[in-house]
Design a protein around this ligand. Structure first.
Ligand SMILES: [Zn+2]
Length: 241
């Protein structure tokens, strides 16, 4: 028996996150074959099952056949999300209808807006997300702040927001390079601009989203364009359908 044990490959105790801090997801099959798993069902929030590794205390939720690590703060956030209604008042809805919604790959409705909170804070780069998909995962890390719809006093169009017409055209954009869906636009001074796919905001120097107009040009790698700058300080507003 002793000899047999020598040849059996030893499983690591815990989970992949115990050994690699930066890991964000791993397959259930990997966990079962390579680890003596210490991950167990820990709590339920709404319809989401939360799992926890008793060795490294990392928290996970399951997405298809993978465990996805839950980021700091997301659990408290989910609790509020499931507790409150997060419905949009008819007043805010009429403002949203004026700006126009864009559907993303997961059928979430997104609206670029300028918002004012009840506490007086104002944000020019606010994406309003209307969806019944719970706010969990890495997408939510891209925002400086996440706000619930009931904290909002008013919604207006943002001068950096991209118009409904342009966003509708972008729905049919073709992929020219990996992850690159160029749409050629123009300003009224004839400056050629390129946005990537269903962008919601634009800012580069003095040029703002509201300056952009549709153009019949198609993207040509030999031409020079002005591309969007990375926009920091974006916030996300969560609302349910
Ligand atoms: Zn672990």
């Amino acid at each position: 028996m002793k000899i047999l044990n020598l040849f059996r490959k030893k499983k690591k105790i815990g989970c992949p996150a115990c050994y690699e801090e930066k890991i964000i997801s791993f397959g259930i099959d990997l966990l079962e074959t390579k680890y003596d798993s210490k991950i167990e069902l820990y709590e339920r929030i709404g319809d989401i099952q939360i799992f926890k590794c008793s060795k490294c205390n990392s928290e996970f939720y399951k997405e298809n056949q993978t465990f996805q690590k839950i980021l700091k703060g997301q659990i408290d956030f989910l609790k509020v999300y499931f507790k409150n209604e997060q419905k949009i008042s008819s007043e805010l809805k009429s403002q949203i209808d004026l700006i126009g919604e864009t559907k993303d790959w997961n059928m979430n409705n997104l609206i670029p807006a300028k918002i004012e909170l009840k506490n007086g804070e104002i944000y020019d780069f606010a994406t309003i997300r209307i969806s019944n998909n719970p706010p969990i995962g890495y997408y939510f890390e891209h925002f400086e702040k996440i706000i619930f719809i009931d904290e909002i006093k008013s919604i207006n169009s943002s001068e950096f927001g991209i118009s409904r017409e342009i966003r509708e055209k972008a729905e049919n954009a073709e992929e020219m390079r990996m992850g690159f869906y160029p749409i050629v636009l123009t300003t009224k001074n004839g400056v050629k601009i390129v946005i990537n796919g269903q962008a919601l905001f634009f800012k580069n120097g003095e040029i703002k989203g509201s300056d952009l107009l549709l153009s019949d040009d198609t993207w040509n790698h030999k031409e020079k364009y002005i591309y969007e700058n990375k926009i920091d300080n974006q916030v996300l507003v969560i609302a349910k359908k």
